[in-house]
Design a protein around this ligand. Structure first.
Ligand code: SF4
Length: 242
């Protein structure tokens, strides 16, 4: 089967455990104003590739990624091409690789059931725990994200959560307490990653003729980030990384 692929990174240490190959698929139903990959938004952008082509490409790195790493399918929102995603994950599992998907959680449970048996780790981006604020950030509410996390807990699947630190939106004492208490209520979260917002995608927005709203937000200094991390560590322990 063919699918639309934005890019393939042979080695990454950022998207899951160990050294990984990362496949970025095209298409995303959300429009997060801090998105660093706006070039992945269009469902039919990028290159149209056969799943076997990608699996072969990844298999060439197998000796580097098999030991402690694996392969992550990201996006865009990788579940937008659910049947293609399933074929990829199935192929990677046949190679004996650890598999992960990086998702916003904006996906139906019916679709996620198609890939769950071939996915070892779900990396889920928590956009905001308040649905109205989530809608302001992404254009959609957070109901499907919560439904996905509940489903993954029921299925005892490993989960890493990610939260983008946005000044005034996701860094207040109240927000940190609320999200920590939610994370503590889940039994299957292994890691909670804090991603400070940055403006490194400014040129992409310019090239695509898109309005870059992130430029309106202040950047974090090291001291503030440390303070936020310490507070999270007090509440969630060592699973917090920044
Ligand atoms: S879900 Fe991810 S890819 Fe989609 S707009 Fe948000 S940050 Fe970008």
């Amino acid at each position: 089967m063919k699918g639309y692929v934005s890019s393939i990174e042979s080695f990454s240490a950022l998207d899951g455990p160990g050294a990984r190959s990362v496949i970025f698929l095209q298409g995303c139903p959300l429009r997060c104003f801090y998105c660093h990959n706006p070039e992945t938004w269009e469902a039919k952008g990028g290159k149209l590739l056969e799943s076997s082509e990608i699996i072969n490409k990844v298999s060439r790195n197998i000796k580097f990624i098999k030991k402690n790493g694996g392969v992550t399918v990201s996006g865009g929102e990788p579940t937008m091409q659910i049947d293609f995603l399933r074929e990829l994950l199935q192929g990677f599992k046949a190679l004996g690789l650890h598999t992960a998907i990086d998702t916003s959680g904006y996906v139906s449970i019916e679709d996620i059931k198609k890939v769950v048996e071939f996915t070892d780790l779900f990396i889920v981006d928590i956009k905001h725990i308040d649905s109205d604020v989530c809608e302001k950030i992404t254009g959609n509410n957070n109901e499907s994200m919560f439904a996905l996390l509940k489903y993954l807990e029921d299925e005892r699947k490993d989960v890493w959560l990610r939260s983008v630190l946005l000044p005034g939106l996701t860094d207040s004492e109240e927000y940190i307490a609320d999200i920590s208490s939610y994370v503590q209520s889940l039994s299957n979260v292994q890691r909670f990653e804090l991603l400070p917002c940055h403006d490194l995608a400014a040129n992409k927005y310019k090239d695509l003729g898109l309005n870059n709203r992130l430029s309106e937000y202040a950047k974090y200094d090291i001291k503030t980030l440390q303070k936020i991390k310490v507070r999270y560590n007090e509440l969630l322990g060592e699973k917090v990384v920044i």
